[in-house]
Design a protein around this ligand. Structure first.
Ligand SMILES: [Zn+2]
Length: 432
């Protein structure tokens, strides 16, 4: 039996609305009420706020290799898409690049307190070893000790090929498993086209069939500005009308972005049981506007938080984007409180993945947690440690990160891999 106890925190945010100062106990990677602490690993949380590990509900890890790319900033999405596509083509997206980009993006995630990343992989060159690409991302996560949700996406892929590849990936990476999650909970597989602006009905339907066969979650992107424009021009309908018609407004589906939604659409989303991912670190710089999170949540939707990829948001730092979410929320309604945004970045994201055991520190939850040191000058004068965690010290990193009861970041350093080596390998591959 492996026991770990976290002691002495300034505050522990349990993710179900309770803030306390009790010890946090992990037994064999699961949060327990109490345990025999003889021989337990002790983690000193003096000066720290303890939260559940953050859950990044929407990322594109491949774009970690393509940050600040010239010709991709300050331009409309119809120009951004081909600019990114030509960079992918020049680099040659294969298993090696997928693995190295995932390794860098997941190391960045752990070092910024994100213990689970949903990687919506959208770039599948024709004839590529798609199982090898998925396996490379999964191996990167396993080596680092991060939880990965690998989303077999599609962006103008041949619908049959995309579905056959998704099916092959599930069979290869999760053999004999129904429900899309490995027995240890470290790997999940989901499916999802990029959106109605890029993929036809057949892709949605065929990937939906793969999801049904294996019990996978479905994820897509909807109602960024360009998505609405293209849907209206191509089909004479708004994206959510199409998704509804194509069977993609359902409780197992999560929609990222949702910037441009009407009150009527919000009511329909809520009635369908679909969940949402807010990604302001992408939506704002891309000029798509601010999703009406207050209204989505008030309507009853589960809303998570995501960064989206390095091609639009050059960082995978979810806590920084939680701060941004609070800042921009006041432009479209009442400001979102810090406690609510922290809930979105943990339990809200986990719920959209169908993983209620993640993003919480209640007994029975996975022992994924972060110790955030709030004892420095950047936090001096803070009255409320939970509000301060998000509002003060922008870009803060956790002192300690635990995933499944295992310490993976200690004193702010990755202990499962060498950070310098990860950076060097990614540069070497991209420049080759
Ligand atoms: Zn996105």
């Amino acid at each position: 039996m492996s026991v770990l106890v976290v002691r002495g925190a300034v505050a522990v945010v349990d993710g179900d609305g309770r803030v306390h100062t009790d010890d946090v106990v992990s037994v064999d990677g699961v949060i327990a009420e109490t345990a025999d602490l003889t021989g337990a690993i002790e983690v000193d949380a003096t000066g720290c706020v303890v939260t559940a590990g953050l859950v990044n509900a929407h990322h594109h890890l491949l774009q970690t290799a393509f940050r600040t790319l010239p010709g991709t900033r300050g331009i409309p999405m119809r120009d951004w898409l081909p600019a990114m596509a030509s960079a992918y083509a020049a680099a040659g997206v294969d298993a090696e690049l997928t693995g190295l980009a995932a390794r860098a993006g997941l190391a960045e995630a752990l070092l910024s307190g994100v213990t689970t990343v949903a990687d919506h992989h959208l770039t599948w060159p024709s004839g590529a070893d798609t199982v090898g690409m998925a396996r490379a991302a999964a191996d990167a996560a396993a080596t680092l000790g991060a939880r990965l949700v690998f989303v077999r996406g599609a962006a103008r892929d041949d619908p049959q090929e995309a579905a056959a590849s998704a099916d092959a990936i599930v069979r290869a990476l999760l053999p004999g498993i129904h429900g899309g999650v490995s027995d240890d909970g470290m790997l999940q597989i989901a499916v999802g086209p990029a959106g109605v602006h890029s993929d036809p009905r057949a892709t949605f339907e065929l990937l939906g069939e793969v999801a049904q066969r294996h019990g996978l979650r479905r994820r897509t992107q909807a109602n960024e500005v360009v998505d609405v424009e293209i849907a209206l021009a191509r089909y004479g309908a708004r994206p959510l009308d199409l998704l509804e018609e194509w069977g993609w407004l359902a409780p197992d589906v999560t929609l990222a972005h949702l910037c441009d939604v009407t009150d009527d659409e919000i009511a329909r989303l809520a009635a369908s049981g679909v969940s949402a991912t807010h990604a302001p670190g992408c939506d704002v710089p891309m000029g798509w506007g601010v999703a009406p999170v207050r209204r989505l949540r008030d309507a009853g939707l589960a809303v998570g938080l995501g960064t989206s990829g390095g091609g639009s948001n050059d960082a995978g730092h979810l806590l920084a984007d939680a701060r941004l979410a609070m800042q921009v929320s006041a432009l479209v309604g009442p400001q979102l409180p810090a406690s609510e945004v922290l809930h979105m970045a943990t339990a809200g994201s986990a719920d959209g993945l169908g993983r209620p055991e993640l993003g919480r520190l209640t007994p029975g939850s996975a022992a994924d947690l972060c110790l955030w040191d709030v004892s420095g000058v950047a936090d001096a004068g803070v009255a409320d440690p939970v509000a301060g965690l998000l509002w003060a010290a922008p870009g803060r990193r956790p002192r300690t990160v635990v995933v499944g009861g295992r310490v993976v970041v200690d004193e702010g350093r990755l202990i499962t891999a060498d950070e310098g080596e990860i950076v060097a390998h990614l540069y070497e591959r991209v420049r080759r």
